[in-house]
Write a protein that binds this ligand. Structure first.
Ligand SMILES: Nc1nc(=O)c2c([nH]1)NC[C@@H]1CN(c3ccc(C(=O)N[C@@H](CCC(=O)O)C(=O)O)cc3)CN21
Ligand SMILES: CC(C)C(=O)C(=O)O
Ligand SMILES: [Mg+2]
Length: 337
């Protein structure tokens, strides 16, 4: 009895319900109508990740995994393989749409991709970047555009790049019930003003600037924040100074509450410049090459399709067809029509 009181009971309950697939499955089985059971099949459905769950993960020092997704299959992969937060990042401008900067992405383009991801990713918290220029003019403008991201896109929360200048906007969004993930440090949407994709907080003054932004954005209501390209000691320090907002690092060291990477960087399918913070966890690019090479070769040597990959016709029907076909003339076709 005394032993149990010492343990953070609530946190243990969270992790059990989140990660025990059998429990999640059996609960769904009990509540599902028969027609739903067919849809559910044998795969264990995951429980929805909430902001409360994320705070619990932070409190129990369980690292949070966030990964970008840009379409239905990548969204579904995040759902299937246990990612905590699916981010429809505006990096899609570069890695999916071929723009040279995230500043080129429109809200309508973003919405098109959020909707696709949302159809595949149900359990992870679904966060979407607000594209450049959709939250800067005024807090009202930000609310109007964030409402579209939630209502038309199906996102759970929005992410905004910026510091102190966004405090009013974050307060407005959270006050109307739109959860906000902040993004401080390197701000890719401002790469021109920053003279490139440069690490931030290298000297004491600029490090203090990042800390002030982080503290103010938490105070304004951000439930979490991305820390991008800052010294690892600063990433750890900010994480410790925040009272409840979860820090998700990308190039911010191992001391943050979680990590995020761009899908194509992780999979090894991004052909452009690779930042220092990227680790390739898979080599999908070479698999793609292998697949295309083998396919083209098989087509060119006529080994594809094989008999088993083609459709048969009963022999008698084929013989009858040949007779009919031999007698068939253009004039007959016109008469049929
Ligand atoms: N594929 C991809 N991955 C990303 O992480 C990403 C995108 N695209 N597009 C949007 C932004 C742009 N990002 C970037 C792009 C480049 C660096 C980069 O090369 N940084 C230098 C820092 C050098 C310095 O501090 O002087 C590096 O070497 O890491 C960092 C973040 C992050 N986002
Ligand atoms: C890299 C993450 C944090 C992002 O903002 C994006 O993918 O756009
Ligand atoms: Mg982004």
């Amino acid at each position: 009895m005394a032993k149990r009181a010492q343990r953070p009971k609530q946190l243990l309950d969270f992790s059990a319900s989140l990660y025990d697939p059998f429990r999640a499955c059996s609960r769904r089985w009990m509540s599902a109508r028969p027609e739903e059971r067919q849809v559910v099949g044998t795969a264990a459905p995951r429980k929805k990740v909430t902001i409360q769950h994320l705070h619990a993960l932070r409190a129990s020092r369980t690292p949070i995994t966030m990964l970008t997704a840009y379409d239905f299959p990548t969204g579904r992969a995040c759902e299937t393989h246990g990612v905590d937060i699916t981010l429809v990042g505006d990096s899609l401008a570069q890695v999916c749409l071929g723009y040279d900067s995230t500043t080129r992405l429109t809200l309508d383009e973003m919405l098109h991709h959020i909707r696709a991801v949302a159809r595949g990713s149900h359990a992870p918290l679904l966060v979407a970047d607000m594209p450049f220029g959709t939250y800067l003019a005024s807090p009202e403008d930000a609310v109007r555009n964030a409402v579209r991201i939630v209502r038309e896109g199906g996102a759970d929360a929005v992410k905004l790049e910026g510091g102190l200048e966004l405090v009013d906007t974050v307060r407005r969004l959270t006050s109307v019930g739109i959860p906000v993930m902040a993004h401080v440090g390197l701000l890719p949407q401002r790469h021109v003003a920053l003279s490139g994709y440069r690490m931030q907080g290298r000297d004491a003054e600029s490090a203090l600037g990042v800390l002030k932004s982080a503290l103010a954005l938490e105070e304004a209501g951000a439930f979490a924040m991305v820390l991008e390209a800052i010294p690892h000691a600063l990433g750890t320090y900010i994480t410790q100074r925040l009272r409840h907002a979860a820090t998700i690092g990308i190039g911010a060291g191992a001391g943050t509450d979680g990590q995020v990477l761009v899908w194509d960087d992780l999979m090894g399918t991004w052909h452009g410049h690779q930042a220092k913070f990227v680790r390739r966890f898979a080599d999908v690019k070479s698999e793609v090459e292998k697949g295309i090479r083998a396919y083209s070769e098989a087509v060119r040597e006529r080994s594809f399709p094989a008999g088993a990959e083609s459709y048969d016709m009963p022999k008698a029907q084929w013989e009858r067809f040949q007779q009919l076909a031999d007698e068939c003339r253009v004039g007959d076709v016109a008469k049929d029509a």
